[in-house]
Write a protein that binds this ligand. Structure first.
Ligand code: NDP
Length: 405
């Protein structure tokens, strides 16, 4: 029985609030705090039991520390933006509160997806006797767990990893992002990096493409290799990996719009002066695009996100695929959200449950794969994200169609 504070009342914050509210035996008290309290209140009205709402600026360490000291939650679930990670970690240390997030810290002025800023907090969390769990969403999050679960139960050593994120959903807009537009566009327009023979190799964005047939009739999609933050922690914590790649599906309309927006400078993160005002192009663009938390009622179709791992067991080469399929409309019926926020919010709730129930309560700053995957994977099946594991032919290779090496 614990009190939690959820920070952030966007698409993901709404799902986390719904899922925590469904489990009063774990989350006995919930505070939903964000920059705009009206959004917290709008979510609170949808929930099956009362939650307290608060206005807080999570960039302001002193203000947030005071709020945490007054409210005394056991854990903060940070589903604000990656820019707030460090200030929220500082406030948690000041107030003696455990910490969880779903995306690694990004400095606003450079699109860098690196863990070192947050890993540098490890000793301070150890000294404070507090747990910080990083990246407890779907990717990162569930994908780290899928990899750890396969490594634990099916292999002596893992050698190759392909994380494949397919969103077969259609929201009917020519261009919209499924989570925060600014964060999403920074991520997909960044150069690609993948892990190969002990180092990260950089290639141009979207330069390698494969065709992937999803299981269970979800369909066949073009998937593009890109950098994703879990590659950094997984290649560190599984040093036997010779190659690790991340792939995401994109439709032609999304790619066409992105290319044009990039070409005209609308995805830039440097401020430009316009009529005496400093404007960051990507932030202006984000204002014009549909709010991801409003996509729920119009998004139809399924996501299929999983990991393909190649490795050895008893000297034999083996390939396993572990995946979850999630239906956008079913998510909307349950928590008034599309599947991207749902697949992020459910693992955030489960990660919080792992800490509060003591399975993963361990002073320090941890990535998901440093924790035992078994209780987490059991809860994925119980709380809305059931998964399947299948063995593939040892000769299986992704059907690469562009950017052959
Ligand atoms: P949204 O933009 O919909 O929501 C972000 C929320 O954070 C908003 O309510 C916003 O307030 C609030 N916020 C922003 N700045 C502050 C601040 N300084 N103080 C307090 N609150 C603040 O984003 P999403 O819900 O789509 O994403 C939330 C997080 O989840 C992001 O970090 C994203 O990167 C991560 N994510 C992770 C995924 C994974 O699989 N691991 C997948 C998808 C997302 P306001 O309402 O005023 O704008």
């Amino acid at each position: 029985m614990s009190k939690v504070m959820i920070i952030g009342a966007g698409g993901v914050g709404g799902v986390v609030a719904h899922k925590c509210a469904q489990l009063p035996e774990v989350f006995s008290e919930i505070v939903l705090a964000s920059r705009t309290e009206a959004r917290c209140k709008a979510i609170a009205e949808q929930l099956p039991r009362p939650v307290k709402t608060l206005q807080v600026d999570a960039d302001n360490v002193d203000e947030l520390s005071a709020v945490l000291k007054a409210e005394q939650p056991e854990l903060v679930i940070n589903v604000a933006l990656p820019y707030q990670d460090l200030s929220i970690m500082d406030a948690c240390l000041n107030a003696g509160v455990h910490y969880l997030d779903t995306a690694n810290y990004e400095p606003p002025e450079t699109a860098k997806f690196e863990y070192h800023w947050q890993w540098a907090y490890h000793d301070r969390f150890v000294e404070a006797g507090l747990t910080a769990l990083l990246g407890s969403g779907f990717d990162p999050g569930a994908t780290n767990m899928f990899t750890a679960y396969l490594a634990k139960h099916y292999f002596d050593e893992i050698e190759e990893l392909d994380i494949i994120d397919v969103n077969g959903g259609d929201h009917g807009y020519p261009f919209a992002t499924n989570f925060n537009p600014e964060i999403n566009i920074r991520e997909v327009s960044a150069e690609c990096r993948h892990w190969e023979d002990g180092e990260f190799v950089t290639t141009p964005a979207m330069s390698k493409m494969a065709r992937f047939e999803c299981p269970e009739n979800v369909g066949s999609y073009n998937i593009y290799r890109m950098y994703h933050e879990e590659l950094e922690s997984l290649s560190k914590h599984f040093p036997s990996l010779k190659r690790a790649q991340f792939w995401m599906s994109f439709g032609d309309s999304y790619l066409k719009h992105l290319e044009v927006l990039e070409n005209v400078g609308m995805t830039g993160i440097e401020p430009v002066e316009y009529e005496g005002q400093q404007i960051v192009p990507i932030q202006f663009l984000a204002k014009l695009l549909p709010d991801p938390s409003t996509l729920g009622p119009r998004t139809k179709g399924k996501t299929c996100i999983g990991t393909i791992v190649r490795g050895r067991k008893d000297g034999q080469e083996k390939v396993m695929y572990l995946y979850n399929i999630c239906d956008h409309q079913e998510c909307y019926e349950e928590v008034k959200s599309q599947a991207i926020s749902y697949t992020t919010g459910v693992p955030a709730m489960i990660g919080a449950k792992m800490i509060l129930e003591g399975h993963w309560k361990r002073p320090g700053v941890w990535n998901m794969e440093q924790c035992d995957p078994d209780p987490f994977m059991a809860d994925m099946n119980r709380y809305g994200l059931p998964w399947q594991v299948v063995e593939l032919d040892p000769n299986f290779r992704l059907d690469v169609q562009k950017g052959q090496e």
